[in-house]
Design a protein around this ligand. Structure first.
Ligand code: FAD
Ligand code: SF4
Length: 397
């Protein structure tokens, strides 16, 4: 008789409502599978283990004496890029979808874990294992809601696949790396995106209702490098709302508690990360963390226009001023918000300095949130690199 794998013993423990991280659960999907057996070890909100998993995935953890490592994680290179022929309907130019398609076409993987949406709701995530380019394309564009990507891990094992690409955000990837060795794969590729301020489907509705002029027609949105939220609507029109005009007082509780206590904005454990915030406006930002990430990027180099990363400005004052403003839920009148947006766009941080601005703003906010709501977790849950970043600022009690 074949011995059971340890995780299979836990099948009886699997009520889908079970979430050991409780209100900090980000719905990553692990607990919907028999891999729940590993949850106390694997869950990003129960056992923060970024340095150990960095060493496992990249051969070393962040060097805390290297400022770019502290901010952007272990990396071999960074660049700004655009697809020469953008994919219509992608979040940006579709670099993520293109890499996935190329990996499938070239036979590097047999399947791709990605997130489509349900038929009735464009923002309701539906994780799938895509096996064709069409299925990958159907997953393009962000579903800006908590998505149970890892819920399909059982299907991966049952399918017998041995070579897999997983696309996902930081909390999903931390749990994935923790159980990677149990998946029985020959090769796992991980393509990550940065992620911040995610919400439940109900939270998303509240955000759209309080921020957009036409919530029902929003197709996608992004918090852009020009300090405005850009909404794309069904009719192709674009709506811009300045960050400083957001109704912070109404939106304070809209973000999921998991995202208010997350310090893995840059997806530290992916092989390759594709975002936008370290690149000039209109460009995507690419971080190659290891040789596997380089192999993935090389496949699509011929489809890309690239330029070196740049950095301009000084974020510190803007971050320090935003800390009490956010804490007190200050909302500016729209005329003042627009004016401030114009000024900060002209003189504010650009490129990597914009990314540092965004990381600093979110880490200081999340540190305060964790300290006030989960003081017993503060010491172990906040990684050393995040403590170093937060220590540059004066925080309220
Ligand atoms: P596309 O080719 O359109 O592909 C998008 C991919 O994202 C798809 O493969 C899909 O499977 C996956 N996906 C969609 N929704 C989810 C989800 N909820 N969870 C996991 N995977 C998903 N970049 C930054 O630089 N700064 C940020 O603050 C930032 N916040 C983000 C927040 C969220 C919730 C997400 C999903 C992404 C965020 N990104 C952020 C990444 C950025 O918005 C783009 O996704 C990235 O640049 C890729 O663009 P693309 O055109 O190449 O992607
Ligand atoms: Fe389980 Fe994932 Fe929620 Fe943690 S975040 S409790 S691993 S579903």
């Amino acid at each position: 008789m074949t011995a059971l794998r340890p995780h299979q013993k836990s099948k009886a423990l699997k009520p889908s409502s079970r979430r050991p991280a409780k209100e900090l659960c980000s719905e990553c999907g692990l607990c919907d599978t028999y891999y729940i057996h590993y949850v106390k070890e694997a869950c990003a909100f129960i056992n923060q283990q970024i340095p150990q998993l960095e060493a496992q995935s990249h051969g070393r953890s962040r060097d805390l004496d290297q400022p770019d490592d502290v901010y952007f994680g272990v990396h071999q290179e960074m660049m700004a890029a655009q697809k020469l022929e953008p994919i219509p309907g992608a979040q940006w130019t579709g670099i993520v979808s293109s890499i996935a398609i190329e990996m499938l076409h070239q036979g590097l993987v047999e399947g791709v874990v990605c997130v489509q949406n349900t038929e009735s709701d464009r923002f309701q995530p539906m994780p799938v294992i895509a096996r064709t380019a069409e299925e990958i394309l159907a997953a393009r564009v962000n579903k800006p809601t908590l998505s149970p990507n890892l819920s399909i891990l059982e299907q991966v094992e049952k399918s017998g696949m041995k070579r897999l690409l997983v696309i996902g955000v930081g909390c999903q990837i931390q749990a994935l790396r923790a159980v990677e060795k149990q998946l029985g794969l020959e090769k796992l590729y991980v393509l990550g995106t940065p992620c911040v301020d995610n919400v439940t489907r109900a939270g998303l509705q509240k955000f759209l209702d309080t921020t957009s002029r036409s919530p029902a027609t929003v197709v996608s949105y992004e918090f852009m490098q020009d300090f405005q939220v850009h909404f794309k609507h069904e009719d192709g029109s674009e709506e811009k709302v300045p960050f400083f005009g957001l109704k912070t007082n109404q939106l304070k509780d809209v973000f999921a508690p998991s995202c208010m206590s997350c310090f893995d904005y840059v997806n530290s454990l992916a092989d390759l990360v594709v975002g936008y915030m370290g690149a000039p406006f209109g460009w995507q930002w690419i971080v190659v963390r290891n040789d596997t990430g380089k192999e993935m990027l090389d496949l699509v180099q011929y489809q890309l226009r690239t330029q070196p990363v740049m950095s301009r400005g000084d974020r510190h004052q803007a971050v320090q001023q935003s800390i009490p403003a956010y804490d007190q839920g200050v909302t500016l009148p729209m005329w003042a918000a627009k004016l401030m947006g114009v000024v900060i766009e002209k003189i504010g941080p650009k490129g990597l300095e914009y990314a540092r601005f965004s990381i600093d703003s979110h880490f200081t906010r999340n540190y305060l949130y964790t300290k006030r709501n989960y003081p017993e977790k503060l010491e172990t849950h906040v990684p050393d690199f995040a403590k170093k970043i937060v220590s540059q600022y004066k925080l309220p009690e």
